[in-house]
Design a protein around this ligand. Structure first.
Ligand SMILES: *[C@@H]1O[C@H](CO)[C@@H](O)[C@H](O)[C@H]1NC(C)=O
Ligand SMILES: *[C@@H]1O[C@H](CO)[C@@H](O)[C@H](O)[C@H]1NC(C)=O
Length: 332
């Protein structure tokens, strides 16, 4: 009679084990995409943000220079830091702004690569789900936009984080604009899950370079300044998990700020079209290395020991460079 008892205990054990596994699996929800680095073990890509204006405000000039630098660096893909379509995202997956601001603008040969995009706050003012739709990938196969996901190149892992739902003012002072919060509610649970997923994925990563991409800046001296919600909730996770770079848009400028408490470098590339706002925050300038108020973009070149990052203006002129090394501390 002891045997069935033992069996039921064993099956109880397996039930608990599989429930446990199930929980682990459901919390590791971030979708992953493999994008192998080059044969020689290097990887390069461009980063642009805040761009979709049917070519206006120098968007086309920035696109042309991205094409030239993209060719020179033989880029593997392009990263978009969000605010993909102005002023209010896309109206639907049939909105012609998709082709007028993306397909017909980034026409250079070197830019015919995969684009990985997050959503910005302006994208949430339209039909946010339209940008995530597989139909857009049929219209232009370069397009891939999801809320939060991971691109794994082995050399580097890039964690794309949906930052808009973390920012309180879009929920508390939303009178001016309407936001498409489908898929976000309940907000508290959405944020908690997102942060848990990001933390878990960062912890598990064995990539040489860990890069996090979001729309909102953690640190910025531009118009919008620091994002306190990200400083409080996201930054601590990045600091303890050896993240090398945090890349964002939102402020329509180019900037490089160093974290004073970790090796993290904050890199803003939100200058894909309208810029020249003319108001630099005199507030928190700690760690500021570079700020440019005009249009442009950023390039990233990685190998197992070195990272080279550069910022360019509308003429393709290099405005600022930074190098980081895996053997030494980042040399700025
Ligand atoms: C386009 O770029 C040039 C060079 O930076 C700048 O002088 C001009 O004001 C820009 N145009 C707009 C609309 O921002
Ligand atoms: C970064 O590294 C490259 C390649 O080794 C070098 O040409 C460049 O001068 C370095 N730049 C800085 C700012 O250290």
């Amino acid at each position: 009679m002891a045997i069935p008892c033992k069996n039921s205990r064993t099956s109880m054990f397996f039930l608990i084990l599989s429930l446990g596994l199930c929980l682990v699996i459901t919390s590791a929800e971030l979708q992953r995409f493999d994008h192998p680095a080059k044969q020689d073990g290097s990887l390069s890509f461009l980063v642009v943000g805040d761009w979709g204006r049917r070519g206006d405000f120098n968007q086309s000039q920035v696109a042309f220079q991205m094409g030239k630098i993209g060719e020179k660096l033989d880029i593997d893909f392009v990263v978009s830091t969000g605010d993909n379509f102005y002023d209010n995202g896309l109206t639907s997956e049939h909105d012609t702004a998709f082709e007028e601001s993306f397909t017909k603008i980034y026409t250079e040969k070197s830019l015919q690569k995969q684009w990985y995009s997050v959503l910005g706050n302006h994208d949430y003012r339209g039909d946010a789900e339209a940008q995530l739709s597989p139909l857009l990938r049929k219209i232009d196969s370069r397009w891939l936009c999801l809320r939060s996901f991971i691109v794994n190149t082995e050399l580097a892992e890039i964690f794309f984080v949906d930052t808009t739902p973390l920012v309180d003012k879009y929920f508390t002072n939303a009178d001016e604009h309407t936001y498409d919060w489908r898929g976000i509610a309940p907000r508290k649970a959405y944020i908690a899950n997102l942060l848990k997923d990001v933390e878990l994925a960062l912890k598990k990563s064995s990539a040489k370079w860990k890069i996090v991409v979001g729309h909102h800046a953690i640190r910025s001296v531009g118009h919008h300044g620091d994002t306190q919600e990200l400083i409080n909730q996201l930054l601590p996770i990045l600091r303890v998990n050896d993240v090398d770079f945090y890349m964002n848009g939102h402020d329509h400028c180019l900037e490089h700020v160093s974290d004073l408490e970790s090796p993290i470098q904050f890199l803003t590339s939100g200058a894909g079209s309208k810029a020249w706002r003319g108001d630099v925050k005199e507030l928190n300038k700690e760690g500021l290395n570079f700020f440019y108020d005009g249009q442009g973009f950023m390039s990233v070149k990685l190998n197992p020991t070195d990272a080279e990052i550069a910022f360019y203006d509308v003429y393709g002129k290099v405005l600022h460079r930074l190098n980081a090394s895996k053997q030494l501390h980042p040399s700025i």
